[in-house]
Design a protein around this ligand. Structure first.
Ligand SMILES: *Cc1c(COP(=O)(O)O)cnc(C)c1O
Length: 398
């Protein structure tokens, strides 16, 4: 996330896939059919600002799918996380526990309110927050635990919710990877009092940039609507619940245009088709790389029996940083873009300022050097998958 190489990644990909038609990029945002029709409809319908007809359709769809009391579309998952920090009334000096192995927004949203981040390590199997460390990290100042269902595989929610309840700490799920996933049959995003989704173009369902706040604890609904509408009670005014629309709380502009909601709704309607394709890609990699991985001491994703994964990504854990870099180069030479992932947040420039030290999160430090993500997007063809697998199997290490 923070190296020069990855900052440039998208430019490089754009140029390379434009000049080499046979290149396989890491990600291609997909269109499933009705996006342009719905976008035109949103524009021509005369309500292109937020909370129009398509936004309502997306809200209803997600509320039904997840079985939750309220969903609010936001401009991004980052903004949904910022709303969560505002709703939990995070104050300077409050502590918030986050995994070190995640995207910056998971922590930044809380740091913006003055929180002190407390970095937890991840489990070596799922790379999710290590629930066995939480008790040790909770203090009288801890306000929240933010969990990330990495690669769309659920965290150990039974243990996490039990500890959180016992200690009176809120749980927020950063569910950017986990839409359509489940833990013991219950949808990811429905465990914490609040959860967040991303519809960024790198996620399973996308509208370019977008997100959602999932509200599982109804006590947050009214204030969430106000915070999302610039701190005004505009939403209640439109519903005829108050006769004046006025400034009632702090807030910002967190609602997306209905044009983006139209884009998103077309994708949500096709969710089963999208998920079926992603499952196919995951299983293709898992099946065709199984023997190679065992011989080469490469670890493939681990999905515990009780987790229904969301098929967000397929990663390899190479035996060493050197081998990981060598495989990236090996694939690149064959026109295939594979990429690493999160660098430990506790060792980032900001993380160090918050007191992070090498050795704090040994599993995160280890896996971030060895993890590589394979191309994973809906338009991947069998011919491309077979080329990728063949190229990997030709890799015999350093
Ligand atoms: C993508 C992602 C985000 C940020 O999502 P945006 O919609 O781009 O703000 C946050 N957390 C995780 C774990 C992500 O993967």
């Amino acid at each position: 996330m923070f190296s020069k190489a990855s900052a440039k990644r998208w430019d490089v990909e754009a140029v390379e896939s434009a000049t080499h038609p046979l290149r396989i990029p890491f990600n291609k945002p997909c269109l499933v059919g009705k996006e342009l029709t719905y976008i035109a409809d949103a524009i021509l319908g005369g309500h292109a600002s937020g909370d129009g007809a398509y936004t309502q359709k997306c809200h209803a769809f997600l509320e039904r799918l997840l079985g939750v009391p309220k969903v609010l579309l936001t401009t991004s998952c980052t903004h949904a996380l910022e709303m969560a920090a505002l709703l939990l009334d995070i104050q300077p000096g409050d502590e918030v526990i986050v995994p070190s192995f995640t995207f910056v927004s998971t922590v930044n949203a809380f740091v913006l309110r003055g929180a002190q981040p407390v970095f937890a390590d991840v489990r070596p199997d799922t790379l999710n927050i290590d629930e066995t460390q939480l008790e040790r990290l909770i203090t009288s100042r801890t306000k929240a635990i933010v969990v990330v269902h990495y690669a769309g595989v659920g965290c150990e929610m039974d243990a996490i919710m039990e500890i959180a309840h016992r200690c009176g700490v809120a749980v927020v799920e950063d569910n950017a990877h986990g839409l359509f996933g489940g833990y013991k049959g219950k949808p990811l995003g429905t465990f914490g009092c609040l959860a967040t989704q991303s519809f960024h173009e790198t996620k399973n369902i996308q509208c370019g940039e977008g997100g959602a706040l999932i509200i599982n604890d109804p006590q947050f609904i009214e204030r969430a609507e106000i915070i999302r509408e610039k701190g005004t009670n505009r939403n209640r005014f439109f519903r005829g619940l108050v006769d004046k629309y006025t400034w009632v709380d702090i807030g910002s502009s967190y609602l997306p245009s209905d044009i983006l909601a139209a884009f998103l709704y077309a994708q949500l309607e096709a969710w089963e088709q999208i998920q079926a394709k992603r499952r196919y890609i995951f299983e293709y990699y898992a099946e065709h790389l199984h023997d190679w991985a065992r011989e080469r001491h490469v670890r493939l994703p681990i999905v515990p029996e009780h987790c229904q994964q969301a098929y967000h990504m397929f990663y390899l854990l190479l035996p060493s940083l050197k081998q990981r870099q060598a495989l990236i180069a090996h694939l690149k030479a064959r026109g295939i873009l594979s990429v690493f992932h999160y660098q430990p947040l506790h060792l980032s420039e900001m993380g160090l300022r918050f007191g992070g030290k090498p050795g704090d999160c040994p599993v995160t430090e280890d896996v971030s050097d060895r993890l590589l993500r394979l191309p994973f997007y809906n338009e991947l063809t069998d011919a491309e998958l077979s080329r990728i697998v063949a190229a990997i199997r030709e890799f015999h290490g350093e």
